[in-house]
Design a protein around this ligand. Structure first.
Ligand code: AP5
Length: 191
């Protein structure tokens, strides 16, 4: 089994690289952002409550996302492993993930943190906002998402460093170059 946390600020390429990792390694992709956007598209009560926070670039409450992840793990008993994308985003979420994995005799094997310059993050997200119209990809919200990341999410790196599974990867360059760096790190853990 291989369980990976793919970590990094908004626009660092977590979703893009997750897609390539699941293709190569057959893992199940769990993105809390994607799950929340599906709730919004389905106009559920949870989705409506989350939308306001997401449009402001604020985090959705811990218990909401922890419950979502727990349910998804439960729904995939035969998964060869999971890739957690955009989760955990607070230390509380990291502790909760550890606990809910331990209860199933599972653990995180690797946490990959994608490192990307602030200016590059903003450029990528503004471009996506223009091309795809995602409602949180406007300058004001992007800047708040980055600041929420720095204050509330970056400390999660210490958690995984203490667990001995933290690896930083240069997230600048082409999508394929970055993927090659990620594969190198994954292969080191698998052997
Ligand atoms: P989420 O959906 O997780 O968004 P995010 O973290 O802001 O990340 P993004 O999807 O914007 O970026 P990414 O790192 O996945 O990069 P991507 O590959 O898409 O969360 C959204 C919101 O939901 C949060 O603000 C919060 O409100 C809520 N939420 C989610 N999870 C939560 C949690 N656990 N707890 C509480 N709240 C939660 O790439 C970005 C763009 O760049 C794309 O257009 C892509 O094509 C492009 N790109 C990628 N790589 C490259 C490259 N190498 N060169 C050029 N362009 C590139």
């Amino acid at each position: 089994m291989l369980n990976i946390v793919l970590f990094g600020p908004p626009g660092s390429g977590k979703g893009t690289q997750s897609g390539k990792i699941i293709k190569k390694y057959g893992l199940v992709h769990l993105s809390t952002g994607d799950i929340l956007r599906a709730e919004i598209a389905n106009k559920t009560r949870l989705g409506m409550e989350a939308k306001k926070l997401m449009d402001e670039g604020e985090l959705v409450p811990d218990e909401v996302v922890i419950g979502m992840i727990d349910k998804k793990i439960e729904e995939n008993p035969d998964a060869p492993g999971f890739i957690f994308d955009g989760f955990p985003r607070t230390k509380e979420q990291a502790y909760a993930l550890k606990k809910l994995l331990a209860g199933r005799d599972m653990k995180i094997h690797l946490m990959i943190s994608l490192e990307v310059d602030r200016q590059e993050l903003i450029q990528r997200l503004l471009k996506r906002g223009k091309d795809q119209g995602r409602s949180d990809d406007n300058l004001e919200t992007i800047e708040n998402r980055i600041s929420v990341y720095e204050k509330q999410t970056a400390p999660v790196m210490d958690f995984y460093a203490r667990e001995g599974v933290f690896r930083a990867v240069d997230g600048m360059g082409s999508i394929d170059e970055i993927f090659e760096r990620i594969v190198k790190v994954i292969e080191e853990v698998r052997t």
